[in-house]
Design a protein around this ligand. Structure first.
Ligand SMILES: [Zn+2]
Length: 332
């Protein structure tokens, strides 16, 4: 019986390690299938269906123009704004159905990681902190993972009202935007560099340049405490394919995905988070905290193997799109 069980396990082709060891056929369909398979099981294993939907099933194509129309106030804010949450002992989540912003506290001031859309920032971030009993004036650093509107929209508010320092590598994108900042554009401040550490009290965040989603996308590594235990987080700075869809841009994106995967592995990250809550199910998973039992793992602490699968989804589905582009007939 014992031998039969063992053989049965060995014969299972669907384990994650088997997935990562077996190279996908180098075809569009092969890479898409491998990306979807890396989402995880349908039962108890962590999964990333939101990420698969965003980049494998219905990927965005092409960069938004610098003169894209100005953002509008969200007419559905009553249903899209979600209750802010204490995510870890020393980290809070504030967001909507599509965006995540994370507040990293310390024994001194706070670091705000991403800043929602411009018209959401007042209610979701300032209002969110107030509802959580936190003082928004204690935000001393704002890290903007990249210069799109859902990440940089509230940066000016914290810079102008509270004097927070703004850290990003996408200043050119922000400065080039014509209508993106109707309430004021954040002024160029700290330029993120590779390996830079942002320190606030007993808290630090290490930043890495991971261009691709935008020219200045940055990713970060930091520690959080969960019921007193330290856990390592990898913050992936940019995800979707809304950049110029040519082979060179996909090569840069793929290089950054692979670098993120190795940085996450080397840092021992068991948590993957980012700026859009649907990619890792952050908003839904955080609601599970309310009835978490003693000894149960934190719902966002998915483990190093799942973190590796997150990047495999990005890798495989970017390869699929890259192949699609190189196979397409050239237009005149
Ligand atoms: Zn973006």
């Amino acid at each position: 019986m014992r031998t039969a069980c063992l053989l049965g396990l060995l014969a299972l082709p669907s384990s994650a390690s088997a997935q990562s060891q077996t190279p996908a056929p180098d075809t569009i369909e092969g890479h898409l299938a491998a990306g979807k398979a890396a989402a995880g099981g349908r039962d108890n294993t962590p999964d990333f269906y939101g990420l698969v939907t965003a980049i494998c099933v219905a990927p965005q194509r092409g960069a938004p123009p610098l003169d894209a129309p100005a953002p509008r106030e969200d007419p559905d804010r009553k249903t899209t704004y979600l209750e802010p949450k204490k995510a870890f002992d020393d980290v809070y989540w504030m967001g909507t159905r599509s965006t995540s912003a994370w507040l990293l506290t310390s024994n001194d001031g706070y670091i705000l990681y991403d800043t929602a859309y411009v018209y959401d920032a007042e209610d979701v971030l300032v209002g969110g902190m107030t509802r959580l009993g936190l003082d928004p004036a204690k935000v001393k650093y704002v890290i903007v993972s990249h210069g799109h509107r859902g990440e940089s929209g509230g940066a000016y508010l914290f810079q102008s009202r509270y004097g927070a320092r703004v850290v990003t590598a996408d200043w050119d994108l922000i400065e080039g935007s014509v209508y993106g900042y109707p309430t004021g554009k954040p002024k160029r401040d700290i330029v993120a560099t590779d390996g830079m550490t942002i320190t606030m009290g007993d808290r630090s965040v290490k930043l890495y340049l991971t261009p691709g989603h935008t020219p200045g996308t940055i990713s970060g590594v930091f520690t959080v405490r969960d019921r007193g235990q330290p856990l390592t987080v990898f913050y992936s700075g940019g995800t979707e394919f809304n950049f110029p869809n040519d082979v060179a841009h996909f090569d840069q994106y793929l290089a950054s995905v692979r670098r993120q995967a190795s940085l996450a592995r080397e840092s021992g990250a068991t948590i993957i988070i980012n700026n859009q809550s649907q990619f890792n199910g952050a908003a839904d998973r955080l609601r599970m905290l309310a009835d978490r039992r003693a000894g149960e793992r934190h719902p966002i602490d998915v483990g190093a193997e799942a973190v590796a699968r997150y990047f495999k989804i990005e890798d495989e589905c970017a390869q699929a799109r890259r192949l699609q582009i190189s196979a397409a007939p050239k237009s005149q």
